[in-house]
Design a protein around this ligand. Structure first.
Ligand SMILES: [Ca+2]
Length: 611
């Protein structure tokens, strides 16, 4: 096992005996600030320009991981998300906002305002490379929102999952060329890699320094470490420190939660809130979400609900499946509690009114069978592996053991939640999460790419609790940031040409006007392809799959393929998609078959099932 060695390594103490430095940090300030507040009132300084909020808004973009369209309470779900629901009630909910169907491409697109292939991240950072669109590391022809906003006077903070540059899994020294601090952020706390234990995340980094959750002297919570809370605590900390160090400047804060990506890990106190909630299975939950989404106006009652992925009577182990969803709900619940703490800190600093908060999800719900296919492994009587020193590192997503020596277990029936389990909640609950849409993470049918977007900004958005139906995409978030920050998106930087912005500012949609988008929105991931042009959607599944065509106004659940009935529209959209694929480095792609080609090995596989 590799041991962490950095110049900043300190002598280690056990987490239990270590003073809770981080959580203790904000508290002394409350007293101090109360005194300052009373003093300033007495002297009539409350309206002093020195303490006035900066005119430019702060921007907070919050991204969650692997969640479905209907999980949040304000999007039809039964999971308790009162803090996000309150932001929705005080702001806007977009009903047709889109991501790119997968972790890395979504982050690359959100951060740069480009389609992911234009930023070099057409696939995952640890997958095989291809042409310029598939170097799978941010390229030199893109900048992040932080890089764009810095010249406009912003300080920039990032917390949580980064996942736009590779990090070696063999423990060799990583290149930091695309880490947040080299990409315009002033402070960073989070994980460079994409997934891992919530109890002991791998690739954990503070600024440019690799840390472990138990050896990091700057953050030792009173409760056992849990990554979602660590992300929330650091978002709060950065807002707090900003007020202390740079109150005259606006800030951009990027908060990338890993909830509710596998593994299903959550605090027992949060899981307990959902005990028994899912015992009746998929059907009543899905039906309730569909009904509530219709009642909220998020979906059209005329659309046909897609078929269910499974029925509860076919489930092998009901207690296990119900527990998976209880933990999933608890993960989201905990994230929402953290967002509540972020909001409270903004209010305490007088920044809530002039901060644009956007919340969205990075891809549709996840059907990957992580940890569910092997044989059930019971927990041993006692830990069977050597305990880890606080500076010991485990690399990659799936740890072999917990720090106190329990082997990490997978297999159908392993009850998720604790640190010695590594389980996904599976396709059938993902289908419920994506109510009412088809498909999942990876695919670009509506279930893979549809996300809530909550936008809240009391000073900048007049509407309260309204819906917006304008189609939007991740590429619009850079354009929105540049617009409201009064920043200039550069044509070149350090001698490198910067690819032109692809999105449009959401300003018009905030005022309930149409977005001035000149061309369709496009997708490609693993050969899954789509274009959205007004009410029309062109979409195909797999590199060799045939094109389908849907009228989303009448049929957003993609149940009635109009490819044969509307050949002119079909050809028009295919031509637009092909032109985009060429200019955006989508083709040639690293998947087989190449776009437009028949798989070369198809005839050779006689007797095998067809693609
Ligand atoms: Ca994801």
């Amino acid at each position: 096992m590799q041991r962490l060695q950095t110049p900043n390594s300190k002598p280690q103490r056990s987490s239990k005996s270590q003073a809770p430095l981080a959580l203790a940090l904000p508290r002394p300030w409350f007293g101090t600030w109360s005194l300052v507040f009373l003093w300033s009132l007495g002297l009539g300084l409350w309206h002093s320009p020195a303490v006035a909020a900066p005119a430019k808004p702060n921007l907070i973009y919050i991204l969650s991981d692997d969640m479905g369209f209907s999980d949040l309470g304000c999007y039809g779900g039964e999971i308790a998300t009162p803090n996000l629901d309150a932001l929705a009630a005080g702001g806007l909910r977009f009903t047709q906002f889109y991501n790119t169907a997968r972790c890395c491409p979504t982050r690359a697109s959100l951060l740069t305002g480009l389609y992911p292939h234009q930023a070099g991240v057409g696939h995952m950072v640890d997958s095989k490379k291809g042409g310029p669109g598939y170097q799978n590391d941010l390229n030199k022809n893109c900048i992040t929102i932080a890089q764009a906003l810095k010249p406009a006077g912003y300080r920039n903070y990032a917390v949580g999952k980064w996942h736009v540059t590779p990090i070696p899994k063999d423990g060799s020294e990583p290149s930091r060329h695309n880490w947040p601090l080299q990409r315009g952020f002033d402070r960073y706390y989070g994980t460079i890699h994409g997934a891992g234990s919530f109890w002991d995340p791998s690739s954990l980094v503070r600024d440019n320094r690799i840390v472990t959750c138990v050896s990091d002297p700057e953050y030792q919570p009173k409760e056992p470490y849990y990554y979602t809370d660590a992300i929330s605590d650091h978002a709060v900390r950065f807002i707090h420190e900003h007020a202390q160090q740079a109150a005259d400047k606006p800030f951009f804060l990027y908060v990338a939660y890993t909830a509710a990506h596998w593994p299903m890990h959550a605090r027992e106190s949060d899981i307990a809130k959902y005990a028994g909630r899912y015992d009746a299975g998929y059907e009543p939950i899905r039906a309730a979400r569909w009904a509530k989404a219709k009642q909220l106006g998020l979906v059209d009652a005329k659309w046909e609900l897609t078929p269910a992925a499974n029925t509860w009577d076919k489930v092998r182990n009901e207690a296990f499946e119900a527990r998976c969803m209880e933990v999933y709900a608890a993960m989201i619940d905990c994230m929402d509690q953290g967002i509540g703490r972020i909001v409270a800190e903004l209010k305490a600093r007088g920044q809530f009114e002039n901060t644009l908060i956007c919340f969205l999800q990075d891809n549709g719900a996840c059907a990957e069978p992580m940890g569910r296919q092997g044989e059930f492994k019971p927990r041993a009587e006692k830990p069977s592996l050597p305990p880890m020193a606080p500076t010991d590192l485990q690399h990659g997503s799936t740890p072999k053991q917990t720090r106190d020596g329990w082997p990490v277990r997978q297999g159908y029936g392993v009850m998720p939640g604790p640190a010695d389990t590594y389980i996904g909640y599976g396709r059938d609950w993902a289908n419920v999460s994506n109510t009412p849409f088809r498909e999942y993470k990876h695919w670009v049918h509506e279930g893979g790419i549809s996300t809530p977007l909550i936008a809240h900004w009391p000073k900048g958005i007049a509407a309260r609790g309204e819906l917006r139906h304008q189609p939007g995409h991740l590429i619009d978030l850079m354009a929105t940031a540049v617009d409201f920050a009064e920043a200039k998106y550069p044509a070149d930087l350090n001698g490198e040409k910067i690819t032109a912005l692809q999105g449009v500012s959401l300003r018009a949609a905030f005022a309930n006007q149409p977005l001035p988008r000149a061309e369709p929105i496009f997708w490609e991931h693993e050969g899954n392809r789509a274009a959205r042009d007004g009410q029309w959607k062109l979409v195909a599944k797999s590199p060799g799959g045939k094109w389908e065509l849907y009228n989303l106004l009448a049929d957003r659940t993609e149940m009635h393929d109009l490819a044969s009935a509307e050949p002119t529209k079909l050809r028009e959209l295919i031509a637009k998609w092909e032109a985009w694929a060429q200019r955006a480095n989508v083709t040639p792609w690293p998947h087989a078959p190449q776009y437009g080609e028949v798989s070369p090995d198809a005839p050779a596989k006689k007797g095998k099932k067809k693609q």
